[in-house]
Design a protein around this ligand. Structure first.
Ligand code: AKG
Ligand code: FE2
Length: 319
């Protein structure tokens, strides 16, 4: 225990228990839909051996699910230490891109170089590679679709995001967006169903910032998916948004067509840091990336914005 720990705000508090689904496990779909409609938007589910009818109905209705602490604190710590090891290696080798996906290096706690978006982590870590394949995630794989696989070398691979409100941080937040935009931009096809699976490393209360989702927007028309907000630019809170409160090890599933964003932390320094890890499940034809892969257009735009931000903050720090 640190001598000056702030005891007024418990940060290691326990989550409310996940909803008890025992009575609903065999419900037919229509009844499960009725039950799902009565659950609060902040409901937490327990990941079982199969996806329950009510979980499926909640996802269909609202576009997301939160699973109570699917990873242990020990596992989260181990993954975080693997991420630090990979980071040290990428920084030492001055790697700017992995398989065409930019490595965004900002400044972290104490001003040290800090990788804020890292793709393909499971390619660099046997631990992460086997963790994301653990038997407990089988039902999630089934949720994505028949024959879904973890795309270690596909899309952006297993991505680790780090946000922080620190001098030189490249991303304290992430503006409103749908993940489905990528589908539209690359494949010229309307956004289809697609699920994103995220592991959360931190205790984040609504007042600490973190993930915000707009329930139900996954069923909007294509035009709303594309234009009801300006992708990555609109930051303002939406009156209908839900703050996804997390405890370390929580797992979220969200529909890629749903609008969501990451709110900045109001804290400073280490207390403001938030880490999430997203696992790509792929059902399409195998399309591995390689060192020859081109950088996706939207990441190029991002890189220009981040370079500008980096330059501005370097100027501010040197004053
Ligand atoms: O960090 C998060 O939880 C969300 C990240 C996200 O939405 C994204 O990278 O597309
Ligand atoms: Fe997203």
């Amino acid at each position: 225990m640190e001598a000056f720990a702030d005891l007024s705000e418990p940060v290691a508090d326990l989550p409310p228990p996940p909803v008890d689904e025992a009575a609903w496990l065999l419900l037919p779909a229509e009844e499960a839909a009725r039950v799902a409609a009565t659950l609060p938007l902040g409901v937490r589910f327990r990941l079982r051996a199969t996806i329950t009818p009510v979980q499926q109905a909640f996802l269909d209705r609202h576009g997301y699910l939160v699973y109570d602490r699917v990873a242990s604190v020990g596992e989260i710590e181990r993954i975080a230490s693997e991420v630090e090891r990979i980071e040290a290696d990428l920084l030492a080798r001055d790697v700017k891109k992995v398989n065409g996906i930019p490595v965004w290096v900002g400044r972290g706690v104490g001003g040290k170089p800090w990788i804020q978006r890292m793709g393909f982590t499971s390619v660099f870590s046997e631990y992460i590679r086997s963790f994301v394949r653990d038997a407990r995630f089988e039902p999630i794989r089934g949720l994505i679709g028949e024959g879904a696989r973890v795309g270690d070398e596909e899309k952006d691979g297993v991505v680790v995001n780090r946000y922080g409100n620190l001098p030189g941080s490249l991303r304290p937040r992430l503006g409103w967006h749908t993940d489905a935009l990528r589908d539209v931009v690359y494949n010229w096809r309307p956004p289809g169903p697609m699920l994103n699976v995220g592991l959360h490393f931190d205790r984040i209360r609504p007042k600490d910032g973190g993930l915000r989702v707009l329930p139900g927007t996954h069923t909007q028309g294509v035009l709303s998916t594309l234009f009801s907000k300006i992708h990555f630019v609109t930051q303002a809170p939406d009156p209908r948004e839900v703050a996804v409160e997390t405890w370390p090890g929580d797992l979220t599933v969200h529909d890629g067509r749903m609008w969501h964003r990451v709110e900045a932390s109001p804290h400073e320094g280490a207390r403001s840091v938030r880490t999430s890890m997203y696992v790509p499940y792929v059902v399409d034809a195998y399309q591995p990336k390689s060192e020859l892969s081109a950088t996706p257009f939207y990441l190029r735009v991002f890189s220009v914005v981040l370079a500008a931000r980096k330059w501005l903050s370097a100027r501010a720090l040197s004053r």
